[in-house]
Write a protein that binds this ligand. Structure first.
Ligand code: MG
Length: 381
């Protein structure tokens, strides 16, 4: 072999080794790429029936439709869900339509490069973070099952560190409020929806049944900073530990004014959608509320939690009305946060999945791979 041919042969061998190395890193199973040829992605809108009509300052309904996704590859199915948020003009059907337009992108992409895939989808689907969450969850569930590990392991978390979740009491008549509080007897903390003229009657009804610590959510219900201060100080006297979003989301300076005049922590929910917004909220809020549907899935939610913690802010993981698919996914990240409000699956009567369980308020995760959920017996579709 001539010297030049020897160099060429060595170069080819080195290139082959590099490619082999990269394949081995990106795709632990060398056959995965070939088998990925049969990858499918499908969506379905499911109607979740509420146990009680659910009322907040924003809406009232007897059911909620959420968007469900299935990502299938190598004989493994990953399940995902996203609950469209009315405030952001999202719906399950709108999200489904948006995902139909990017279906081939999802099935042709390398799922191990999920960061790139999800970032690309986020750019192509502006205003569809709930639909994006359905994709993110399905990919994470698939990945965990493919690797044989629960998702909390992927994030390096200990399932023993899950917090105690609140149980939410939606707005209702004093009589129904008392009934709901009794039904929530097993939960050490309750979350009460406020922000209406009837707040005093609501709190009176709750306090006639229980002395438990309360957390409240005003959902932007108070329009003036003076009213917010007055209400928050009164709520503190009623045993309220913290409050979510007392003022409309855009009133950041007013929120800062309120924060300097009350004692209990104030959390930004509607004012916080993505990690890059968190630094500007630091002076006005003590913490942020992270939701998978609002963030666009586990990856962005994890980013928001880590950014908030780095800024010294408190974190709460919350939810929309959802099945055990989303709630279990959120529970996988919950060992990272200070507070959990993950009760969306407990508010519905026809949960299509079984996953995280709740024991005296404590979120209990199994060691099953992926999200660790399975279809509920008798669930359709
Ligand atoms: Mg909230």
């Amino acid at each position: 072999m001539k010297r030049r041919e020897l160099f060429q042969a060595l170069a080819a061998a080195t290139a082959g080794a590099t490619l082999l190395g990269r394949d081995a890193f990106d795709q632990p199973d060398p056959g995965a790429g070939r088998r990925g040829a049969g990858t499918t992605f499908s969506t379905q809108v499911r109607r979740l029936e509420l146990r009680h009509t659910w009322t907040t300052t924003m809406s009232s309904s007897a059911y909620r439709d959420t968007l469900h996704a299935q990502y299938r590859r190598d004989g493994i199915t990953g399940y995902g869900e996203g609950a469209g948020i009315v405030r952001y003009q999202q719906s399950a059907l709108g999200g489904q339509k948006a995902l139909e337009a990017v279906q081939s992108l999802i099935t042709s992409a390398d799922p191990w490069c999920f960061e790139k895939l999800l970032a690309g989808l986020d750019r192509r689907l502006p205003g569809q973070r709930a639909a994006l969450a359905a994709v993110d969850l399905a990919l994470m569930d698939w990945m965990g099952k493919r690797l044989g590990v629960p998702i909390y392991r992927h994030f390096g978390l200990d399932p023993a560190d899950t917090p105690i979740t609140t149980m939410s009491i939606g707005m209702d008549t004093p009589e129904v409020t008392r009934q709901k509080v009794r039904e929530a007897e097993a939960f050490p903390f309750l979350k009460i929806k406020v922000g209406l003229a009837s707040d005093e009657a609501t709190l009176d009804a709750v306090r006639s049944v229980t002395k438990k610590p309360l957390r409240v959510d005003a959902n932007e219900g108070w329009t003036s900073k003076e009213e917010a201060v007055r209400k928050i100080n009164w709520l503190e006297s009623q045993g309220v530990q913290l409050i979510e979003q007392p003022l409309p989301a855009h009133l950041i300076e007013e929120a800062r004014w309120v924060r300097s005049r009350v004692h209990i922590p104030i959390f930004a929910d509607e004012a916080c959608h993505s990690a890059d917004e968190i630094p500007k909220l630091r002076e006005a809020f003590d913490g942020i509320v992270i939701k998978l549907d609002k963030a666009g899935g586990l990856i962005e939610a994890y980013r928001q939690i880590t950014v908030a913690k780095a800024l010294g802010m408190k974190t709460m993981i919350g939810c929309m009305v959802s099945s055990s698919c989303t709630i279990t996914a959120a529970a996988h990240l919950s060992p990272l946060v200070d507070y959990a409000d993950l009760d969306g699956h407990l508010l519905i009567a026809n949960d299509p999945f079984m996953g995280v369980t709740v024991e005296k308020g404590k979120l209990m995760l199994s060691d099953a791979p992926g999200l660790g959920i399975r279809p509920a017996p008798g669930a359709k579709g």
